[in-house]
Write a protein that binds this ligand. Structure first.
Ligand code: NAP
Length: 310
C-alpha cells in the first residue's frame, strides 16, 4: 500500500500555518503544501496594525515568516508545491500535484483568496505595465507620478495612503458615493491632502499602449465620461476564494466559498475535509480570524482522526 499521510494542509496563509502549529503539536505529523509563493495575501501587505501581540505593528512578510517558522519548529513538513486538484470521492483522499498523487486520511483546505480584477481588456493588457493590485510591491515605481486607486474598502484606503509616499497625487475611484472602509481608514484617506475622490464612477478603460497614460471614467448616474491622466492604476476591489481546484469535489456557494456544513466547526460537505481562513469566510477576512479558524480545523482534524482509529 502506498504511503498514506495522516493530515495534508493545503495553503500557507495564517490559517494554514496555524493549523500546522496545532496539528504538529498534537503529533498528527502534518504535511503542508505551501504553493510556489508561500505566506498568502499578507505577503503583499505593508504594516499590519491589528494583529494582537504586536502593539507597534509588524510588516506582513515578517509576520508570515514568524508563523512559518513556528509551524516548522514543531515538525510540520513544508512543501513548496501547488496543489492542482483533488479526488475526495475515494478513501484515502487523493491530493493531486500535477501528475503526482498524495494520499491522505484527512485534509485541511486553507488556500485563501486572490485579488479580484475589473475584467476589462485594457486592464489585462497593461497588467505589470502600470496596472497593479499591490501598492507595497509596485508603489515605488510611481515616484512623483499621478496614480489612481479603484475601490471603496479598507484595501483601497490602505493602498491609497501607502501610495502617497511616492505619488504626487492619488485619486480614489469608487462606484458609489459612500465608502465601505472602516471609519479609521476612511478618515486617514479623507484627511490626506494628496488623496482626492471621484464618486459614483467606474473605470471604463485604462488608456495607454505600452504603459498607463490615464483612465477613462464613466459616471454611473449621469453616464458622462471623463479622462484622467495618470501613470499607474491600482485595483483594490476585494478578493475571490481560491477554490477552482475543488470544483465538483465539495460544496461551494455561489461565489465559490467553501460551505461549512456544521457550524461552528470547520466541517465541509466531505467527511475528513475541513476548511479554514478566507477560503470559507466572505465576512470577516482578517489574519486573526483566519488563524483562529486554522486552530479550529486542526482540532477538528485531530478528533476526526481519533474517530477513525477508535
Ligand atoms: P471589500 O471590503 O470587499 O471592498 C471592496 C470594494 O471594492 C468595495 O468598496 C466595492 O464597492 C468595490 N468593488 C467591488 N467590486 C467592484 C467592481 N467590480 N468594480 C468597482 N468596484 C468594486 O474588500 P477589501 O477592501 O479588500 O477588504 C476585505 C477585508 O479585509 C475587509 O474585511 C477589510 O476590513 C479587511 N482589510 C483590513 C485592512 C486593515 O484593517 N488594515 C486592510 C485591508 C483589508 P461597494 O462598496 O459598492 O461594494
Amino acid at each position: 500500500m502506498a504511503n498514506v499521510e495522516n493530515l495534508v494542509i493545503i495553503g500557507s496563509g495564517p490559517a494554514g500555518y496555524t493549523a500546522g502549529i496545532y496539528a504538529a503539536r498534537a503529533n498528527l505529523s502534518p504535511v503542508l503544501f505551501e504553493g510556489y509563493q508561500s505566506g498568502g495575501l499578507l505577503m503583499l501587505t505593508s504594516e499590519v496594525e491589528n494583529f494582537p501581540g504586536f502593539p507597534k505593528g509588524i510588516v506582513g512578510p515578517e509576520l508570515m515568516g514568524l508563523f512559518r517558522s513556528q509551524a516548522e519548529r514543531f515538525g510540520t513538513r513544508l512543501i513548496a508545491k501547488n496543489v492542482t486538484g483533488v479526488d475526495f470521492r475515494t478513501r484515502p483522499l487523493k491530493i493531486l500535484i500535477d501528475k503526482e498523487v498524495v494520499l491522505a486520511n484527512c485534509a485541511i483546505i486553507s488556500t485563501g483568496a486572490s485579488t479580484k480584477w475589473l475584467g476589462i481588456e485594457s486592464e489585462k493588457r497593461l497588467l505589470g505595465k502600470g496596472v497593479s493590485s499591490c501598492a507595497t510591491c509596485d508603489g515605488a515605481f510611481f515616484k512623483g507620478e499621478k496614480v489612481v486607486v479603484v475601490g471603496g474598502g479598507d484595501s483601497a484606503m490602505e493602498e491609497a495612503n501607502f501610495l502617497t509616499k511616492f505619488a504626487s497625487q492619488v485619486t480614489i475611484i469608487h462606484r458609489r458615493a459612500a465608502l465601505r472602509a472602516s471609519k479609521i481608514m476612511q478618515e486617514r484617506a479623507l484627511k490626506n491632502p494628496k488623496i482626492s475622490f471621484v464618486w459614483d464612477s467606474e473605470v471604463e478603460e485604462v488608456l495607454g499602449d505600452d504603459g498607463v497614460k490615464g483612465v477613462k471614467l464613466r459616471h454611473l448616474k449621469t453616464g458622462a465620461t471623463q479622462q484622467l491622466d495618470c501613470g499607474g492604476v491600482f485595483i483594490a476591489i476585494g478578493h475571490e476564494p481560491n477554490t477552482a481546484f475543488l470544483r465538483g469535489q465539495l460544496d461551494l456557494d455561489a461565489k465559490g466559498y467553501i460551505v461549512m456544513v456544521k457550524q461552528p466547526t470547520t466541517t465541509t460537505s466531505v467527511p475528513g475535509v475541513f476548511a479554514a481562513g478566507d477560503v470559507q469566510d466572505p465576512l470577516y477576512r482578517q489574519a486573526i480570524t483566519a488563524a483562529g479558524s486554522g486552530c479550529q480545523a486542526a482540532i477538528d482534524a485531530e478528533r476526526y482522526l481519533e474517530s477513525l482509529h477508535g
